[in-house]
Design a protein around this ligand. Structure first.
Ligand code: SF4
Length: 336
């Protein structure tokens, strides 16, 4: 399988008045061409900072300290601002949670999508751009697209605004779409429609997607592969089927227990993971999940576990997978 994005040993931090936040602490993964990688984790896990690092949108306080990010073999970490501007919105497009913050309330939606085309395809005339915007609106199933060119953001519902953002993202036929919590602010039924739209557009265009979310349930709808992040690290990475069928990390188990199940007895309460994420200014030297992990052992607080292969093309970072880990109470026993 060919890879569109290859991230290796990425370390990213932010300077704050309280100290340096070590948001991403050595993350490696691939996004395969035409496939979707879901990056899942709670807020503060480092998932969004990973995507902002890829796009070099870290602001004045953030920086990539080390690591490599390659887009179809081309290193991005050494690109200058101008080169990255061309890549963003061109070869890599992005959609964020709240379309209102990305859309200008004073400019008609057609012009805003047209502007994106103009940025990257200056040779297009205004008429050609308008025709292309209508085509894009039609692609993202916006009804009566010709009439909608002159609409303003406030005239659209949240779901429709997100469709405009997707149209804008697709304007230059990106090789990779990075979507950061694109459906979190939407009602469940609209969320479902947007996920279905993204999936069918991906099939039509053969584009690769990196989908960032706190919700493992959402990832199940779209992803081929999942990386579960916590404390700036990938805790577990596997194909979507394996993550749901046979999770091999206590944090993944905890996330799965907190997903509503349609067939589940409604009187049975969902179980959020008790406790709070680690302080990333002084990240723990051992497993970052140790204070919240029901299986934590003495070694967990002292030493970061190594990655262990848990099957074909999957890995986890947990001391329970060590050959010397105790058998009793070990949810992964007999699975090594
Ligand atoms: Fe829990 Fe230890 Fe595994 Fe971390 S390494 S997830 S604390 S058992």
């Amino acid at each position: 399988m060919e890879t569109i994005l290859q991230v290796r040993d990425l370390h990213t931090s932010f300077l704050t008045s309280n100290g340096e936040v070590q948001a991403v602490r050595g993350v490696s993964f691939d996004v395969e061409k035409g496939k979707t990688l879901g990056i899942v984790g709670e807020s503060g896990s480092g998932k969004s900072v990973t995507s902002l690092s890829i796009l070099q949108l870290l602001g004045s306080t953030g920086r990539i300290n080390s690591g490599s990010i390659k887009l179809d073999g081309e290193e991005l970490t050494t690109k200058n601002k101008k080169e990255m501007r061309r890549i963003r919105g061109g070869r890599i497009a992005m959609i964020f949670q709240d379309p209102m913050t990305s859309l200008n309330p004073l400019i008609p939606l057609g012009d805003q999508v047209g502007e994106m085309l103009w940025e990257h395809k200056k040779e297009m005339s205004k008429a050609e751009r308008d025709a292309k915007v209508v085509e894009l609106f039609r692609m993202v199933r916006i009804p009566e697209p010709e009439k909608r060119l002159k609409s303003y953001p406030h005239e659209f519902s949240g779901g429709m605004r997100q469709r405009v953002m997707i149209a804008m993202a697709l304007a230059c036929r990106p090789e990779l779409l990075i979507a950061d919590e694109p459906t979190t602010a939407l009602d469940v039924s609209i969320q479902d429609q947007i996920l279905k739209l993204m999936r069918s557009l991906q099939q039509e265009m053969g584009m690769s997607i990196m989908f960032i979310t706190h919700d493992l349930g959402v990832v199940a709808e779209l992803a081929d592969r999942v990386a579960v992040m916590y404390g700036g690290l990938i805790m577990e990475e596997a194909d979507i089927f394996d993550i749901f069928k046979d999770p091999r990390h206590p944090y993944t188990l905890g996330l799965l227990a907190s997903i509503p199940d349609m067939n589940q007895d409604k009187s049975k309460k969902l179980q959020p993971i008790p406790g709070s994420p680690p302080d990333m200014i002084r990240p723990p030297k051992g497993c970052p999940f140790a204070p919240r992990c029901p299986y934590a052992m003495r070694i967990c607080a002292d030493e970061l576990p190594p990655y262990v292969s848990t099957g074909e093309n999957r890995r986890s970072m947990c001391w329970l997978l060590d050959p010397e880990a105790p058998e009793t109470g070990n949810p992964f026993r007999n699975k090594k």
